[in-house]
Design a protein around this ligand. Structure first.
Ligand code: COA
Length: 332
């Protein structure tokens, strides 16, 4: 039976380190508040003009090297982001040009914190059907140029970091290793609980006005409590769904890789599932929430630390804007 397997992982974080202490010079906040509520101590922001495709190119080249492949060995790019480099075309097209591989399909996925798992689900189906053999799956975000870095936006601005992380995916005929299943959900009734309103094509006659800019309607807005409550309900639910589908239990999971939204969310999810924190990946302390990049960034670090061994059961899970939530089981 053909399965989609991970052939190589790569990552890139920009060089500008932004500590909580630095944020206190930009807005009315404290290191204690941020650490206590979120677990975040620092994040990385781009030092100047730098798009998601540039971050992704560095990550992709590392992943390809680790997989023993060249860009020309890829036959598809799927790139998840909520911070596209431009309104159109998709960031995957810019990445494809950077990698110098014209002709292959370049698909953008717009599912926020669940983007990597949504993309994995598409890639898994394409690989199992035989449509594509080697897919570059990317999570890339440049949040910092879109944040309200002031006291007005402090609830959101302290959370997010810039990064890219990627997986090169391929096919295995053995049927033992690889993606076992993916599970995707959304509930658009809560679309405005975490969103950026403008610019938007529904505004007339222009997508953004000076007044909207003055009101900060181009910055992310979040109902933090609503997001928190839904995340700690939906993530355990979708992880149970994933385990049930495969006839597995939480004891079988060698590593749970949750989207890094907030350390308190991760700990509450782990407690509800009854999985010890030693078997839960967490790096939010160092990177903040990097949205589509957060799960592959955790996978990258876990592999480098020797926490992913062949045959291990790895479960990925996410919750984020949309609302969207998702999970995947992978036999490493
Ligand atoms: N520094 C200092 N104070 C801050 C702050 C900051 N960075 N951000 C908000 N505050 C203030 C608020 O203004 C509020 O002040 P008030 O009581 O005078 O109105 C106070 O802190 C408490 O805010 P509240 O929103 O009740 O805090 P909270 O305990 O809900 O924590 C979050 C806020 C954002 C940390 C929390 O709701 C959360 O983590 N939600 C999920 C967010 C998330 O994961 N989003 C991404 C999903 S992918």
């Amino acid at each position: 039976m053909k399965r989609c397997v991970f052939l190589g992982l790569g990552h890139y974080v920009p060089e500008r380190l932004v500590t909580n202490q630095e944020l206190t010079t930009l807005m009315d906040t404290t290191d204690e508040w941020i650490v206590e509520r979120t677990g975040i101590r620092q994040r990385y922001w781009v030092p100047g003009e730098m798009g998601g495709s540039e971050l992704a190119e560095h990550a992709a080249r590392e992943a390809l090297t680790r997989a023993g492949l060249e860009p020309g060995d890829l036959d598809c790019i799927i790139l998840a982001t909520l911070s596209p480099e431009h309104t159109f075309p998709g960031t995957a097209c810019f990445l494809q040009a950077r990698l110098g591989i014209p002709g292959i399909p370049a698909l953008d996925v717009r599912n926020q914190c669940s983007g990597f798992i949504y993309g994995l689900s598409v890639a898994d189906a394409w690989i199992r059907s035989g449509q594509y053999r080697r897919i570059l799956l990317v999570g890339a975000e440049v949040h910092s140029t879109g944040l309200d870095i002031s006291t007005r936006g402090r609830d959101v601005a302290c959370l997010f970091g810039d990064a890219a992380a990627v997986a090169v995916l391929g096919a295995s005929e053995s049927g033992e290793r690889g993606v076992l299943s993916t599970h995707l959900h959304a509930d658009g009734r809560f679309a405005k609980a975490l969103w950026i309103e403008a610019p938007g094509s529904r505004f007339h006659p222009l997508r953004i006005s000076h007044q909207m800019l003055d009101e900060g309607r181009h910055f992310p807005k979040m109902n933090g409590r609503q997001v928190f409550t839904a995340a700690v309900q939906r993530m355990p639910e979708v992880i149970h769904e994933c385990l049930r589908t495969n006839g597995l239990s939480i004891q079988d999971v060698a590593l749970l890789v949750p989207h890094q939204a907030n350390q308190r969310i991760t700990e509450m999810v782990a407690r509800q599932l009854g999985i010890p924190m030693e078997r839960v990946a967490s790096n939010i302390e160092r990177y903040g929430n990097t949205t589509a990049a957060s799960i592959p960034l955790c996978l990258y670090e876990a592999e480098r630390e020797g926490r992913l061994r062949p045959g291990d059961l790895v479960v990925l899970a996410s919750f984020g804007a949309g609302f969207t939530w998702a999970s995947a089981a992978v036999r490493w």
